[in-house]
Design a protein around this ligand. Structure first.
Ligand SMILES: [Zn+2]
Length: 701
């Protein structure tokens, strides 16, 4: 509303307003002009919902014209006029979709969701129009076939290879009927995954556990109770308490609430998301997604969708992924069984004689943790106020890579909670703009992620620098308390900054080489988590929010000692979800499955312990049905082999050893997907990774 008024005033002030009768012209669409903002960041304050559709349509049309010019060029095909030109095409569309896709994840609403529903199949069709353009493909093929006679540098060779694969994997070699079917499948999948995500957001936002009696709050910390009161106030339920399915509300409740029935209620609601048989049920949607993916893989000559996906990853085949996960599954299950026995004993000691259920696990794990390590997770929070943790993570990045972060209060943001930083290199040169957006909102999907509004590439000899964002769902300030993080949230903040650094420090020359394979991408993020709980680092940043007191050394030692606690549980719930993902995507038949029965069979096959639920059940497994992790959820533990192995070098040479940090930056962080992942890794490490450090770290050995 304010933007409209501002424009109207400007028009009034203009000396000769040409058409006084007509209503004030709407403000110009900011996507159609160069952004004059500092560092060329998106002018969020000028972008309005109605700007997206015309900008996407124009971006698509312009991209089509650019691609048409490449395809119809009378000049003989060369690397420069075909492959390089293709990589440089579609800038406007990329500019719009960068903003659109980020906002539909972090700051969505009904209007944006409606546009997304419309746009998703259009974008899928647009991608198909390019990859299935026969004239364009003939030119790419000519360059590819003649590659032996070309003098290309390694970046160019890799770009050519990626372009070729992109066309082939996109169906360019299929006969006409096959291409038509592929188009229909891609359009269907695009719409279904939007639907899956929208349903999940709705089901997550809708549920409230309303508590009316104070005694039902027993066991919860003052901070958690204050959060519940605040949520109730927001919901118009004065003098009650509300707990939601958003992580910062749900997990502390499950850890602390003495009332078992209340724990059961909220836990059951959490694991039943997308599974209510109503119009936001996700079961039929996900079964259809799995079936269409299987059909597409077979159309393209692969046995299953997993074979299709893994061909591009380090793991290469489903057999290798299953082999790797199975190797961890048995020891993890054994450790979890011992943990369950301990928790059952703690229940008995508590005077309760019921059987341990999934809604009891967090609660009794906390009790055992307190008893065994004299460590209360909630009591750590005062030492982890959000701002200090963020500064601590920045400090680690500065010490490792010499970079600095300076807050920029005058940059436009898409929500007042978002903060912007300029990142500079050690020599003072500009590297990136970095946004952080840390708290849950109704318009934000769950989880934590790192993304880009603008990527990195080289244009006219100069590196275009990126605009990067970290989006999380951390505990909010509650009552008089600032946002105080749990250890897990602290590690997530470091994790996402690790992804951020991968973008911030990128020196990739071509946009087509920006991203490493899915199972390599978690290395830069997961390795950062190691620094979060190193005593030297904790001493620097973990200070009491009120007194400023540095976290006591004995607390640091307790944290260190308790790191392996509950790892059986964590590994089992994670591996079960990874195996479920693989099961859905190694379907070789295209007959649609009953999702509930399929999941049940998958969990029975692996002998899932009854007290543990997979980290994600199918109807809310956003990573694989509405994200980029299909047949890829295993990546986290795959990359943990890499990060545990890589971090060993820092442990041996020094946490901030300059030569090791320089090598990690130059060989991994700056390189994106510009070279084979294992080649990059070995260049840093001097050898291929070993699984031993991971087994030791998780206590599975
Ligand atoms: Zn990650």
């Amino acid at each position: 509303m304010r933007a409209r008024l501002f424009v109207a005033l400007l028009l009034l002030a203009a000396p000769a307003s040409p058409a006084p009768q007509t209503p004030a012209a709407p403000p110009p669409n900011p996507f159609f002009s160069e952004w004059k903002t500092p560092f060329g960041v998106p002018p969020f304050d000028q972008i309005r919902t109605e700007h997206f559709l015309p900008a996407i349509e124009e971006g698509t049309a312009r991209h089509n014209r650019e691609v048409g010019a490449i395809a119809q060029s009378p000049a003989p095909p060369t690397f420069a006029n075909t492959v390089e030109a293709l990589d440089a095409s579609g800038r406007l569309l990329e500019k719009v979709s960068g903003v659109f896709s980020n906002l539909t994840s972090a700051e969505t609403n009904d209007a944006l969701q409606a546009i997304q529903k419309k746009v998703a199949p259009l974008m899928a069709a647009h991608r198909d129009d390019i990859r299935l353009n026969p004239d364009l493909f003939q030119r790419v093929k000519a360059v590819w076939d003649g590659r032996a006679g070309l003098t290309l540098d390694p970046d160019q060779q890799k770009l050519l290879e990626e372009a070729w694969k992109d066309f082939v994997r996109g169906g360019a070699l299929l006969p006409k009927e096959g291409q038509e079917r592929l188009r229909a499948i891609n359009a269907g999948l695009a719409s279904l995954s939007v639907k899956f995500g929208d349903n999940l957001l709705k089901e997550t936002n809708e549920y409230k556990l309303v508590i009316e009696k104070k005694e039902d709050l027993a066991g919860l910390s003052d901070r958690v109770v204050a959060g519940g009161a605040e949520a109730a106030k927001k919901a118009g339920l004065e003098s009650k308490w509300v707990f939601t399915l958003q992580a910062p509300s749900l997990w502390p409740f499950l850890q602390g609430a003495d009332n078992r029935e209340r724990r059961r209620q909220i836990f059951t609601a959490y694991v039943a998301r997308g599974d209510h048989g109503n119009d936001t049920d996700n079961k039929a949607t996900l079964a259809r997604i799995a079936t269409l993916r299987a059909e597409r893989a077979q159309l393209l000559g692969y046995k299953t969708h997993a074979d299709f996906v893994l061909d591009e990853n380090m793991a290469k085949t489903p057999a290798r992924v299953y082999g790797f996960l199975d190797r961890l599954w048995t020891p993890a299950k054994a450790v979890a069984a011992r943990e369950a026995t301990d928790l059952q004993a703690a229940m008995q000691a508590d005077g309760k004689d019921f059987t341990l259920e999934p809604w009891d696990w967090s609660y009794y794990a906390e009790k055992v943790r307190k008893a065994r390590f004299d460590l209360d997770e909630q009591a750590l929070r005062p030492y982890f106020p959000l701002d200090r943790v963020r500064e601590g993570a920045f400090w680690v990045a500065s010490r490792l890579y010499g970079i600095t972060f300076t807050e920029q209060r005058d940059l436009p943001v898409y929500n007042p909670e978002v903060k912007a930083f300029e990142v500079r290199d050690a020599d003072g040169s500009h590297l990136a703009v970095f946004y952080v957006d840390y708290h849950p909102r109704a318009g934000k999907r769950g989880g934590a992620w790192s993304s880009r509004y603008r990527g990195t590439w080289v244009e006219k000899g100069a590196s275009v620098r990126p605009v990067v964002v970290n989006v999380c769902n951390f505990s909010r300030p509650a009552g008089d308390l600032p946002a105080l993080l749990s250890i897990e949230e602290v590690e997530t903040l470091f994790h996402e900054l690790g992804h951020g650094l991968n973008s911030i420090l990128s020196k990739v020359r071509y946009r087509g080489l920006a991203s490493p394979p899915r199972d390599f991408v978690e290395l830069p993020s997961q390795i950062m988590e190691n620094w979060a709980t190193e005593p030297e680092v904790l001493q620097h940043y973990a200070r009491h929010w009120k007194t400023g007191e540095v976290i006591p050394t004995e607390l640091v030692l307790k944290i260190k000692k308790s790191r392996r606690f509950n790892q059986g549980f964590a590994t089992v719930e994670y591996l079960a979800a990874s195996l479920l993902d693989m099961d859905w995507h190694t379907l070789a038949e295209t007959k649609e499955k009953d999702a509930a029965a399929f999941e049940k069979a998958s969990l029975e096959r692996i002998g899932m312990p009854p007290q543990i639920v997979p980290r994600y059940r199918s109807p809310y497994f956003q990573h694989i049905f509405a994200g980029g992790y299909a047949a890829g959820y295993y990546s986290y533990i795959w990359a943990e082999v890499l990060d545990a192995d890589a971090f060993q070098v820092f442990e041996e040479k020094g946490l901030f050893d300059p030569a090791t940090a320089r090598s990690f930056r130059a060989n991994i962080l700056e390189r994106g997907g510009s070279e084979d992942a294992m080649t990059l890794y070995v260049r840093f490490r001097g050898k291929e990774p070993s699984v031993e450090p991971l087994l030791a770290k998780r206590g599975l050995k």
